[in-house]
Design a protein around this ligand. Structure first.
Ligand code: PAF
Length: 276
């Protein structure tokens, strides 16, 4: 496995490779990332993983500074998973100049997580487009835990006609249902015991939808109240259409319930699809 820090070194390493599949990450890798790699590996001659904590997608009061940076341990996991190339650039390599050209990802950037984290999806789209231009993958894999991010990036690829296949992978969960996330490391022991409630509540909401409930607002408010009762501060709980994350019309059969809520100092997001 080659660990490469420069764009020039990356391009040279990938020059002779017939095709590559790409897994962009911010590091602090867990079993969810390893699943993305397992999906990636059989798809191309070369599997490339990037590790870059992207300042552009963090708000001024968010956790950019304390985001866990664990390159050595990450590389051990990636070597064991059979990755061919790790691209671990520093900030100057990705942003040699202030980034004045950016990707503005349509209306999707202003709803749900975009409403709570202004500029977040602009930052994500901009860095992913840059990484795509550096890696030139024929396909790229993203996890559905970041459901809105998946849609934003799939739309970017479609609208900008990038020759890249986007593959979406199911969320990996701990045995108690908590979606794996690097941010779970921020939870105290007590919060970690409480954290699976988010997914439990999403499952209840999904079950109501599959049994025929259509009062979306009541379902959202019930989940909010249950979480608030146990000390959570929900940012949103929202039943949306899978296709574009807009509020569903009544005949809609492919729904997703999305949630973001704070538990202590940690903000967790999760979602569940409901196919009626
Ligand atoms: O999902 C993430 O880890 C990040 O948003 C990504 C896609 C690597 C861009 O920085």
């Amino acid at each position: 496995m080659d660990v490469i820090h420069s764009v020039a070194g990356l391009r040279e390493r990938l020059q002779q490779v017939p095709n590559n599949v790409f897994v962009p990450t911010m590091g602090n890798l867990h079993a969810g990332h390893i699943q993305l790699i397992n999906i990636a590996k059989p798809r191309a001659a070369c599997t490339v993983v990037s590790i870059f904590v992207n300042r552009l997608q963090f708000g001024p009061r968010e956790d950019f500074e304390r985001y866990p940076r664990t390159l050595e341990a990450d590389c051990e996991k990636l070597r064991a998973a059979g990755v061919d190339v790790v691209f671990a650039p520093d900030e100057k390599e990705i942003y040699p100049d202030p980034q004045t050209y950016v990707v503005e990802p349509s209306d999707l950037q202003h709803i749900l997580d975009g409403a709570v984290r202004p500029g977040h999806f602009r930052g994500v789209s901009t860095v992913v487009l840059k990484l795509f231009n550096m890696v030139s993958p024929h396909s790229a894999i993203f996890g559905k835990k970041d459901y809105q991010q998946c849609l934003v990036l799939a739309n970017m690829v479609r609208q900008l006609a990038l020759p890249i296949e986007i593959i979406l992978a199911e969320t990996v969960r701990a045995d108690d249902g908590l979606a794996l996330s690097s941010r779970n490391a921020y939870l105290t022991e007590t919060e970690r015991r409480e954290a699976p409630r988010l997914y439990e509540q999403l499952c209840l909401a999904r079950d109501e939808l599959t049994k025929g409930a259509r009062d979306y607002q009541r379902i959202e408010l019930d989940v909010m109240a249950a979480l608030a009762h146990h000390g959570w501060k929900p940012d949103y709980i929202s039943v949306r259409r899978q296709s574009d994350l807009q509020p569903p019309t009544n005949g809609e059969r492919r729904l997703v319930v999305l949630a973001a809520a704070r538990l202590g100092k940690t903000r967790l997001i999760d979602n569940i699809e409901a196919n009626l």
